[in-house]
Design a binder for this molecule. Sequence first.
Ligand SMILES: C[S@@+](CC[C@H](N)C(=O)[O-])C[C@H]1O[C@@H](n2cnc3c(N)ncnc32)[C@H](O)[C@@H]1O
Length: 203
Amino acid sequence: MTGYDAMAQTYADLFVDAFSSPLEQAAVDAFACHVRAGALGGRVVDVGCGVGHVAAHLVATGLAVTAVDPSDGMLAQARRAHPELSFTSDDASLRTVDLASAAGVLARFSLIHVPPDRVRAVLSDWASRLRPSSVVLLAGQSTDEPGVAAFDHAVAPAWRWHPDTIADALADAGFTELWRTVSRPAEGFHRFPEFHVCAERRA
Ligand SMILES: C[S@@+](CC[C@H](N)C(=O)[O-])C[C@H]1O[C@@H](n2cnc3c(N)ncnc32)[C@H](O)[C@@H]1O
């Protein structure tokens, strides 16, 4: 059992809404707009989909979503809340997913749980399997100092990335940055700044 299995009910009770701020929703909606404006179809992958509310939001915007998570507890919550959607057991390696037919990949606050060296390998692997112009949106807790720093996440080992560092990792893997946001949520709810970085698979 993972930390998320044990915390799944608590997580579902705490995070009733898909987004904690208007900017979070705007970033996901901008990602969805990029995908819809492209020529690769409308299927995206939600990596570490948790309780499934962002996958449900993306479906409501007209996209088809392949939603995966390694936690059986989180998948059970997602299936209970969204019985009309399909959720699959998988992790960031996306072994069960045909990325060649996807137009985008979204990973919100899930790659934070993947060790930094492994994140770079994961991004390179995604790039090698995605078609040119596929869109990726990554979100996570940020640092103000360059590099990556482990932090005491309540559920599982986790790392914060400086926005330049995660953007460099995307560039090294084969993606061109389209845009980024850095938010500074109110103290007491979110402890750290948070990044969203959107990038496109290079031709
Ligand atoms: C903080 S929750 C975020 C859930 C969802 N993406 C959202 O935005 O609400 C982190 C999720 O990442 C998942 N996770 C943990 N390790 C992972 C990994 N190696 N690959 C993919 N997802 C992972 C957890 O099971 C959990 O559901």
